[in-house]
Design a protein around this ligand. Structure first.
Ligand SMILES: NC(=O)c1ccc[n+]([C@@H]2O[C@H](COP(=O)([O-])OP(=O)(O)OC[C@H]3O[C@@H](n4cnc5c(N)ncnc54)[C@H](OP(=O)(O)O)[C@@H]3O)[C@@H](O)[C@H]2O)c1
Length: 335
């Protein structure tokens, strides 16, 4: 197949290019080429999607069987791509997010759950999703609608959950393999029965490619099976933890009082979720698993995430987690 990936230079979209090449497809990527490089064997069509008409120019005269778009916060990007390509490709995958759902707290929901109202605003520039998760989710809703309207039965919408593994630019999951490999007393949230699910970026990418091959259509919540945060942290500790690692559960109230934030960001305990957001880490993903999303063992994801962390440097300033000094000070305070 000839596959066009709108992206291809970082994390998920790059992993899709890698998987498509491994299956001997012809791969073109559209990006500016500033975030990284496309994998060897893929062709880069340079275009800035913030410049109207650039994408259409970049793909003119080219033909593709399938498109994969990961546009994050820009409805105009999605519309421009559809205007340029929808009438001449057979299959379109749009990578959306579980941020589309209006109810963030209820666990075990599926794709029938109510969505945020679509955000139609002219967000030509693409800010970080962290700027406003609701604008992010609402823009994804509008983008999904545009894809379905243009592609109909040829559209696959994947509402991705937490993506983890090598190349992760957000530093959240990788905090744990890096921390547990260092050993000693490691703070974990005393919320280990918290529902939790994730998907290895390579498994998601493989599914996206096989879905394009099969012409899979519809809407799926794309993540791994439902589990608990404790189960995942234990699995990471078993896979890559140092011999002297001891997990020290600290109650959420104590963490919050000490100015530690859940989920992500500086001075955080990554992947710990406040009760009002548990719906994000516990969706019914069985339809995706039945439709071909195959998940590798946690031990493999943990080992490969650690290798990636080591390649970046374990002592680097992180986007998410506690620094060694912050953790030390908290442990001293707890006695
Ligand atoms: N991370 C998670 O846990 C998570 C969870 C749920 C859903 N998702 C979704 O998963 C997808 C992740 O995609 P990703 O990992 O490939 O990262 P991404 O940051 O969404 O992809 C960025 C791609 O777009 C290109 N790009 C950025 N600005 C551009 C511009 N102005 N013109 C043309 N291309 C531009 C980048 O290349 P250049 O910069 O080189 O141009 C890069 O290849 C997104 O759809 C995200 O919403 C992620």
């Amino acid at each position: 197949m000839r596959i066009l990936i709108l992206g291809g230079t970082v994390f998920l979209s790059r992993a899709v290019a890698v998987q498509a090449l491994a299956r001997e497809h012809k791969v073109c990527c559209v990006a500016r080429g500033v975030s990284g490089q496309v994998p060897d064997g893929a062709r880069l069509l340079v275009a800035d999607r913030n410049q109207p008409g650039e994408l259409a120019r970049a793909v003119s005269g080219e033909s593709f069987d399938a498109v994969v778009d990961v546009a994050t916060m820009s409805l105009p990007w999605v519309r421009d791509a559809l205007a340029a390509l929808a009438d001449r490709v057979g299959h379109w995958t749009f990578v959306s997010s579980i941020n589309v759902y209006a109810d963030k707290a209820t666990t075990g929901q599926n794709t029938d759950a109510p969505l945020l109202a679509p955000h139609l605003g002219p967000t030509a520039a693409e800010p970080s999703p962290d700027v406003d998760p609701d604008v992010y989710g609402a823009t994804k809703v509008a983008s999904e609608d545009a894809v379905r309207e243009a592609m109909g039965e040829r559209a696959l919408v994947i509402r991705a959950g937490l993506l983890v593994g090598p190349g992760d630019p957000l530093d959240r999951f990788g905090y744990w393999p890096a921390r547990f490999a260092r050993g000693g007393r490691a703070i974990v949230p005393d919320a280990l029965d918290q529902p939790f699910q994730y998907v290895d970026v390579r498994d998601m990418a493989g599914w996206i490619v096989s879905a394009a091959e099969r012409g899979l259509a519809g809407v799926f919540d794309g993540s791994g099976p439902r589990g608990t945060l404790g189960g995942v942290l234990d699995g990471i500790a078993s896979a890559v933890g140092a011999a002297d690692l001891t997990l020290v559960p600290v109650p959420p109230s104590v963490l919050l009082e000490a100015g530690v934030t859940p989920w992500a960001g500086p001075r955080s305990v990554p992947l710990w979720v406040p009760p009002t957001y548990l719906g994000f880490t516990d969706r019914d993903t069985s339809p995706a698993l039945r439709a071909g999303l195959a998940v590798r063992p946690l031990a493999e994801t943990a080992a490969d995430a650690l290798a990636y962390e080591r390649s970046l440097g374990l002592d680097r300033p992180r986007l998410a987690g506690l620094t060694a000094a912050e953790e030390h000070e908290l442990l001293a305070r707890l006695g």
